[in-house]
Design a protein around this ligand. Structure first.
Ligand SMILES: Nc1nc2c(ncn2[C@@H]2O[C@H](COP(=O)(O)OP(=O)(O)OP(=O)(O)O)[C@@H](O)[C@H]2O)c(=O)[nH]1
Ligand SMILES: [Mg+2]
Length: 601
């Protein structure tokens, strides 16, 4: 394929602004997908994506399009997710492209991820085609939002295309604009092979399938391969091809093209995303720039409700990791919950999705501990320990300081909501930096936040105080020392490690008290009095509640009768008890381990 007739582009936008729907229209117009196979957001092929109507993973697909001038073109489109947790997918996709279609909802205008993703595309040096979508909606305010977008990108309002991805209005023009505005790929087909790994998937038959964008040279079946990050390993190319809802083998991939390679790699971790593939016999001297490494931000302990099934949970996690390189896990042991795994996630949505996928595949309930961030504790001897489990934070006096991750956050909201957003943000230990105006009536506020304060309910609260008009985007910044301490919960005198939390000293008393109250509601009465205490930094209790004793005598109502009736009732009681985790002498229901999440209610 002549490179002049190739166009590589991503579709980027804030969540729900219509990226996947727009991709549907382009696939339809180019006849890429059979009408019989067409359905809404066809690229969202994971069950969870379809059920929730959101894109979780980027999806690449190739199209052929005959332009109005009669020339045939090849388009490589990558649909990206809009949610902030999966921002990394966007930056990787952009590295494989020369252009980006920036979609903006005509009813909502510019939102936080619109700006964040536009900046990512600008930094990557891409040509941006701004598209105002959903112009069919009665509440669409086209002129106002067109002006906003033009202002954001410093372009003319006339450069902003107005389309409806739902009805298909003006989408044919978009195809022509892609050819006209986005440059063909650069690169040298005669140079040694350099292909950027921008994604990977696991296939049960072929092992790892590596998604690449070829920048220089060419790649065909049988070629000896090498990943630049692992210079000693040599692989043989098994198959190359293009991505089209499935894998379609091709003779070769040349400079400028996007496609896949398989080389009998057992799992996707052998092919690191961001790495450069080169020819083992004729290697390139310099790898491509690659990406910044991604680190999990949120951690949670996952335990099988039935401790016997620890091995099954491991198998399920390993299987999941084959298709999700950002998931990390190490075995851990909790006194309260037994054997399980400490898992690292990109954010709360990622955690939720992993939990749901596990529950489906693993087919049994999982007890999760409250998510937390990773702390850096400076011990008395000056050594720094990275701790991802609050229970491991040493007691007061055994360390000099605790540092926590901070993020820089951008909040976009109507100007009349600036006051309430300020109050909300400072209440979450946000440090206000400045305000910019996006357009006349909307502001973009910049804050530094401790990540731990915004991962739970900040976004929901932001939505409610701004009546749905506020949006949030954030990026990891640095570790900063804060006045943090471990809050531990004691039940009947015993510390429950899985209920430990790391809290700011100013909020410690309030949180400790609330936590005791919530636990009192959640833990069923036992046959003896149970005292719940919260203590700070391993010291004296700061809050106390107690649960009155009760002996539930389930067979009290039975007079005489058959012994099997008694048995039946007692068995039922036993089954109910099995669900519970027994700490010392106290039975705790799985919900209690998430009690911290309810203290805001
Ligand atoms: N009225 C109208 N609705 C649209 C249009 N385009 C998309 N939608 C609707 O907007 C919702 C979100 O569309 P998606 O295509 O899933 O949005 P997305 O940007 O891919 O979302 P994420 O991938 O989760 O970030 C769906 O309910 C679509 O039917 C449009 O042009 N007009
Ligand atoms: Mg989508």
């Amino acid at each position: 394929m002549d490179r002049r007739h190739i166009r590589n582009f991503s579709i980027i936008a804030h969540i729900d602004h219509g990226k996947s729907t727009l991709a549907d229209r382009l696939l339809e117009l180019t006849g890429t997908i059979d009408a019989r196979k067409m359905r809404e957001q066809v690229l969202d092929n994971m069950d969870l994506e379809r059920e929730r109507g959101i894109t979780i993973k980027s999806h690449a697909i190739r199209m052929r399009y005959t332009a109005n001038d009669g020339q045939e073109y090849v388009f490589n489109l990558i649909d990206t997710p809009g949610h902030v947790d999966f921002n990394y997918e966007v930056s990787r996709s952009l590295a494989a492209c020369e252009g980006a279609i920036l979609v903006v909802d005509a009813a909502q205008g510019i939102q936080a991820q619109t700006v964040a993703n536009a900046y990512l595309a600008i930094e990557a040096g891409l040509t941006i085609i701004p598209v105002l979508n959903k112009i069919d909606l009665p509440q669409a305010d086209c002129d106002r939002h067109t002006a906003e977008v033009a202002n954001l990108l410093s372009c003319e309002p006339g450069d902003v295309l107005r389309v409806s991805a739902k009805t298909g209005l003006n989408t044919p023009q978009l195809l022509e604009e892609i050819i006209r505005r986005i440059p063909p790929p650069r690169g040298n087909p005669a140079a040694p092979l350099r292909a950027l790994v921008f994604d990977a998937a696991h296939d049960p038959y072929q092992g790892a399938v590596v998604y690449v964008r070829v920048f220089d040279g060419q790649l065909k079946t049988g070629d000896p391969l090498r990943f630049c990050a692992q210079p000693d390993m040599r692989h043989e190319t098994d198959q190359v091809g293009i991505l089209q809802l499935g894998y379609i083998p091709a003779d070769q991939l040349t400079a400028g093209e996007v496609g896949y390679v398989t080389a009998h790699l057992k799992d996707i971790h052998e092919a690191r995303v961001g790495d450069t593939v080169t020819n083992a016999d004729d290697p390139a001297t310099e790898p491509l720039p690659g990406f910044r490494a991604i680190k999990p931000m949120v951690f949670s302990g996952l335990y099988p409700a039935d401790s016997e099934r620890f091995g099954d949970l491991r198998t399920a996690l390993e299987k999941l990791r084959l298709n999700d390189a950002s998931l990390s896990f190490v075995p851990e042991r909790s006194l309260a919950l037994g054997f399980g795994f400490r898992c690292g996630f990109l954010g709360l949505l990622h955690l939720e999705i992993v939990r749901e996928r596990l529950a489906r595949e693993f087919n049994q309930p999982i007890v999760a501990t409250v998510p937390n961030v990773e702390y850096q504790v400076m011990l008395n001897d000056g050594a720094v320990r990275t701790i991802d489990n609050p229970a491991d934070v040493p007691p007061r006096g055994q360390y000099q300081s605790i540092a926590e991750p901070y993020v820089r956050a951008h909040v976009i909201c109507p100007t009349d909501a600036v006051g309430v957003v300020m109050t909300l943000s400072t209440g979450k230990r946000g440090e206000y930096l400045n305000t910019e105006y996006v357009a006349g009536d909307r502001a973009r506020l910049v804050f530094d936040f401790p990540l731990a304060e915004i991962i739970f309910d900040f976004y929901d609260r932001l939505k409610s105080v701004t009546r749905g008009y506020g949006s949030l985007d954030y990026d990891y910044l640095e570790y900063r020392v804060s006045a943090l301490e471990r809050l531990e919960i004691r039940l009947a005198g015993e510390t429950v490690d899985a209920l430990s939390a790391v809290v700011h000293r100013d909020a410690a008393y309030r949180i400790g008290r609330r936590l005791c109250e919530v636990l009192k509601e959640l833990i069923p009465r036992q046959q003896f009095e149970v005292v719940i205490q919260a203590a700070l930094g391993g010291g004296k209790p700061i809050a106390r509640e107690s649960i009155r004793p009760l002996r539930k005598d389930v067979i009290a109502k039975l007079y005489g009768g058959d012994v099997t009736r008694k048995r039946k009732l007692l068995d039922k009681q036993k089954a109910g008890k099995r669900r519970m985790k027994r700490i010392g002498r106290v039975d705790i229901p799985p919900e209690a381990f998430l009690a911290v999440l309810r203290i805001g209610e």
